[in-house]
Design a protein around this ligand. Sequence first.
Ligand code: ADP
Ligand code: MG
Length: 261
Amino acid sequence: YNIATLKRANEQHAVNNIKNIIVVSSGKGGVGKSSTAVNLALALQREGANVGLLDADIYGPSIPTMLATQNEHPMSPDNQHMTPIMAYGLATNSIGYLVDPDNAMVWRGPMASKALLQILQDTLWPALDYLVIDMPPGTGDIQLTLAQSIPVTGSIIVTTPQDIALIDAKKGIVMFNKVNIPTIGIVENMSYHICENCGHHEAIFGEGGAKQLAEQYQTKLLGQIPLHKSLRQDLDSGKPTVVSQADSEFATMYCQLADRV
Ligand code: ADP
Ligand code: MG
């Protein structure tokens, strides 16, 4: 794409060439937001959409690892803007590309929010149908600043079936409702375990919680993704399942999830 054209588009409004901004959020860490964000972005792209992925988890960026782009750094054509890093056809940016991964971020809320907005607004995004934003866990400053500063189309809440995760997922829905961001739906991740040897299914974190939550808040259960070793292995090796095992049942699940968005 042409940098001058992108710059012009971005200068009018940082996000005005993005049709839909979807935040992938959760109250709790480690429930699979990043895994969901990556595979959802790739599934939307598979349907023919132009998709970007912003890693907003500035305290624990994991998108660069999941896309095997951890050694890449965005270039700046004018010392003000950044060109996104392209991975599997996705336009991506992450604080992980900009700072030393061994240095933990110790920013306070307001600084963290500012850094995030800057990455979002200073990236020369190409024209996108969807920008998927992988949010940091929680319902604090960063989430609110983002919600109030950019036109977010809707949020997707990721939870596990565990009570403790569901309680936090509920807080997420309530927070987004307060700032008038519709909840597109809920993804139940690690919904059940599939044994990689025998194929046996087991509900290790409980059952039915996300469905109930969706009913309670009149939103959709977008999908139930099992806990399976290969999903983790694919992400750890920077080859997300939707592209590396494109014909697998897991890829199909993510595509069905994308259909419901
Ligand atoms: P979060 O972004 O919410 O902190 P991650 O997406 O980084 O969570 O997931 C945490 C860990 O669990 C990662 O190592 C990821 O590969 C693994 N993981 C997430 N979802 C699944 C799944 N459905 N099956 C197997 N491993 C998973
Ligand atoms: Mg994450």
